[in-house]
Design a protein around this ligand. Structure first.
Ligand code: SAH
Ligand code: SF4
Ligand code: F3S
Length: 436
């Protein structure tokens, strides 16, 4: 019998890519490939790419450059590029980097095994009519206690800065039954927490037995799955937080009190130029409604600074919004002009101005994050253990509020939900001791 072939996957970008990489690994597993984390041992290298900012895209080309000596030494090594750069640039990638054997877009992953078997350069960036996940093999092996699960993909919102509607295509929701089946299967394999994924996950409208379901209804059905202890979802758009979903935050105990709700800017002028279709007041109102349902909820957001036309006054509005909401954490990015998006035509803000704004915003976000963590010290929280910590007698996991927690616990097991008392706030995590 020939030795199993080895597959090395590098994943860039968002959680959806993490999920897709898992599914591609399973598809290639059915072809006799096992995963390796040593690139030199691989028979196939797959780079699952992100196109969201210029830096993310360029990383692919520097990584491909680094693979060249390997490919020169072993011409039978297969190199594949998947993900959003594959979708955006297609065959252009092979023109620039002839060492690439396969270019496969996010909607064509079920065809990866066939592309890998074929000889000569392969490109597949179609948006086929069928659900790619229907054609990927079922998952089998035992796995860790947390999992991502894509329920919705693509986006019809067309924010002026964003490539996602072009790389992931039009918004599509997966049918309810498939999600329930996949969840039961994950739970049977050891999963206790699922994070439902979608570029606009709260716009979910998948087919159920009696018509389309909303995300709120889907979450209520998932809460009935025996053994599933925690449910999260990301990423949401402020305009799609409907009453039922908000109510679920108050009455579904498995739905965790943490929500990533990107706002991008605190300035109405910039929000309009970004085509976000909501104002800062709309955002405050949504936050208030969710807090009314679940007072202890923590919010996080994404921000873009230096969007074309952003003035110092607009930026002050962003700082003001951050102060008013008080985020548990947030991600902030310097605007990056993306080819093909409407904002790329506009005059950019000078780099030094954007840099200085990014620094000021990040300082404020960090201050809020630290204060939020400090406020947890002395409190009792629940942690789902994900792995042993670096020190002996220590377990690591996440609290309900998504804080990373290191727990002193000599007998803890991965997958356990433990009650702990927080003893200290560190740079990006909390320390705690087990109490029951
Ligand atoms: N679907 C999600 C976000 C997808 S991209 C949403 O609607 O919020 C993740 C984040 O990357 C965005 O929230 C935005 O803050 C950032 N981003 C997207 N395009 C960008 C660009 N051209 N330059 C800088 N940041 C960008
Ligand atoms: Fe991009 Fe806007 Fe869609 Fe989010 S909502 S994926 S930022 S276009
Ligand atoms: Fe990046 Fe595509 Fe995700 S551009 S952020 S990998 S949807």
């Amino acid at each position: 019998m020939s030795e199993a072939k080895k597959l090395f996957i590098k994943t860039y970008g968002c959680q959806m890519n993490v999920y897709d990489s898992e599914r591609m690994a399973e598809a290639m597993g059915a072809e006799g490939y096992t995963l390796t984390d040593v690139v030199e041992d691989a028979d196939m290298v797959l780079l699952n790419t992100c196109h969201i900012r210029e830096k993310a895209s360029e990383k692919l080309f520097s990584d491909l450059g680094r693979l060249r000596p390997l490919k020169d030494a072993r011409p039978d090594l297969k190199i594949g590029v998947a993900g959003c750069v594959a979708q955006a640039e297609g065959a252009e990638i092979q023109r620039r980097m002839p060492l690439v054997d396969i270019v496969v877009g996010p909607q064509a992953y079920h065809r990866l095994p066939a592309l890998a078997r074929a000889t000569g350069p392969q490109v597949d960036t179609d948006f086929p009519a069928e659900d790619k996940f229907d054609h990927l093999p079922e998952r089998k092996a035992l796995r860790g206690p947390t999992a991502f699960l894509t329920v919705q993909e693509g986006c019809d919102k067309f924010c002026a800065f964003c490539v996602v509607p072009y790389t992931r295509g039009a918004e599509v929701s997966r049918p309810v039954e498939r999600i329930l089946r996949e969840t039961r299967d994950l739970v049977a394999r050891g999963v206790r927490e699922v994070t439902l994924l979608g570029q606009n996950v709260n716009g979910y409208h998948g087919a159920g037995a009696d018509g389309d379901w909303t995300l709120g209804r889907l979450i209520r059905a998932l809460a009935e799955v025996e053994g599933l202890e925690r449910i999260r979802y990301t990423t949401s758009h402020p305009n799609d937080m409907d009453d039922d979903l908000i109510a679920a935050h108050g009455d579904v105990p498995q739905l965790m009190p943490y929500l990533h709700l990107p706002v991008q800017s605190g300035s109405d002028r910039i929000l309009k130029a970004m085509n976000r279709k909501h104002t800062r007041d709309d955002y405050f109102r949504v936050i208030d409604r969710i807090r009314a349902a679940r007072p202890d909820i923590l919010f996080s957001s994404d921000f873009i600074v230096g969007f074309p036309g952003e003035t110092e006054e607009d930026f002050d509005d962003t700082l003001d919004l951050v102060r008013r909401v008080g985020f548990g954490q947030s991600y902030s990015f310097k605007y990056s002009a993306r080819p093909g998006t409407p904002a790329a035509e506009k005059t950019p803000v000078p780099a030094e101005v954007a840099d200085s704004r990014l620094q000021r915003l990040q300082a404020l976000i960090l201050e809020q994050q630290r204060a939020g963590q400090e406020a947890m010290v002395g409190r009792e929280v629940t942690v789902l253990y994900e792995k042993p910590g670096r020190q002996p007698g220590q377990m690591v996991g996440k609290s309900d509020h998504l804080h990373a927690v290191h727990v002193a616990d000599a007998t803890g097991r991965v997958g356990e939900l433990a009650r702990v008392r927080v003893t200290a706030s560190l740079a990006n995590s909390l320390s705690a001791v087990r109490i029951s």
